[in-house]
Design a protein around this ligand. Structure first.
Ligand code: HEC
Ligand code: HEC
Length: 301
């Protein structure tokens, strides 16, 4: 509550809040002081409903009246202890930030030694530690399913993490690096350099021939090969088997990140693709990433 650009608002809220509570206090007292003291003294207020239902000036029942007083006292005590009156911070100094900090600190003290123990073991050896894999799985389900699917099987544009086909490499260290630092696939758009639709068609046919797809237009593929060597081999290698250093996929294995229909492949080539794996190192901390890497590594084995 310290975001006011002028003290006036702080005072305004404080005074209105306290005045409101005091008004309730006075109203409760007044309503119970003015009426009859005993049932026999009760007089009608002159209001009658349904022919014979009269309003008397009996006081509020004690339990009801006291509940109002308790609520009022609670409200006043709360406003003294906690922030609520304009920019007054409350005597306890509570904020949602220091509560979060305290909870995080407690969690760190409780779980820190467990994570530290796992962090000192290799990712391969954690692959046979059921307790570690369970933690890894839980982390995966919290942070990764939205993109890679709850079974890590991937969807179009988001790679399968269970198989042995890797864009950036499937060694423990490579997997950990992917998660820590994130990855950005940079496949440029080739429509213009390839001279338009015809060029894209030829290279697409050649790419299809790399994974031995039936029904390839041989003549177009032959023309496409020359272009492939000129424009694509630098990243996808002359053999088409890809390069993990830049995340260029293997084009010979019939596993497709962006779909294997000739139209989808042609679109990848013409428009380019830019998949982005966000970095999780700073956000999760290395110890959690270590367990995640162990879980993914184990899945793919
Ligand atoms: C916002 C979506 C998104 C989230 C969340 C996400 N990823 Fe990814 N991840 C991707 C994309 C997209 C790629 C592929 C990047 C590319 O195309 O170059 C990828 C790539 C990877 C790779 C490299 C795969 C390979 O074949 O080399 C690994 C490993 C990975 N992610 C693990 C994880 C883990 C573990 C988490 C959870 C902590 C996670 N990802 C969360 C989108 C995401
Ligand atoms: C600068 C390096 C680079 C060059 C040059 C390059 N690519 Fe790529 N290519 C990539 C990367 C990286 C990806 C993966 C993009 C991603 O992960 O989002 C990719 C993806 C693809 C895909 C999609 C694969 C899939 O699994 O869905 C196809 C098809 C492809 N490239 C074909 C080509 C062709 C044909 C050429 C030449 C005209 C070419 N690439 C040139 C880096 C390159």
């Amino acid at each position: 509550m310290s975001d006011f650009n002028s003290d006036i608002w702080s005072w305004f809220i404080g005074i209105v809040s306290v005045a409101g509570i005091l008004a309730c206090l006075w109203l409760t007292w007044w309503m119970s002081a003015g009426g009859a003291k005993k049932d026999e003294d009760a007089q009608t207020m002159g209001h009658v409903w349904d022919e014979d239902l009269a309003e008397l000036n009996n006081p509020l029942p004690a339990w009801w009246k006291n509940m109002f007083y308790i609520t009022i006292v609670f409200g006043l005590v709360y406003l003294v202890l906690y922030p609520g009156l304009g920019s007054f911070k409350g005597m306890l100094g509570w904020t949602m930030y220091n509560q979060l900090e305290a909870e995080e600190l407690a969690a760190k003290e409780k779980y820190g030694p467990i994570y530290a123990k796992y962090a000192s073991q290799s990712i391969e050896s954690l692959g046979s530690d059921e307790a570690a894999l369970k933690i890894g799985e839980r982390l995966y389900l919290t942070y990764c399913t939205a993109c890679h699917g709850s079974d890590a099987g991937g969807v179009t544009g988001f790679p399968n993490l269970r198989d042995s086909d890797w864009l950036y490499g499937g060694s423990p260290d490579q997997i950990k690096t992917s998660i820590m630092n994130g990855r950005t696939g940079a496949m440029p758009a080739w429509e213009a350099p390839l001279g338009g639709e015809q060029g894209v068609h030829e290279v697409t046919q050649y790419v299809l021939s790399l994974s031995k797809r039936p029904g390839v237009d041989e003549k177009a593929a032959e023309a496409g090969q020359t272009k492939f060597m000129a424009f694509c081999a630098a990243c996808h290698m002359p053999t088409g088997t890809g390069m993990q250093a830049v995340g260029a996929p293997n084009l010979t294995d019939n596993i497709w990140l962006y779909g294997g229909h000739p139209k989808q492949i042609a679109e990848s080539i013409a428009k380019g693709r830019n998949g982005r794996m966000p970095a999780h190192g700073e956000f999760l901390g290395e110890e959690k990433v270590h367990l995640l890497a162990a879980y993914i590594y184990r899945l793919s084995q």
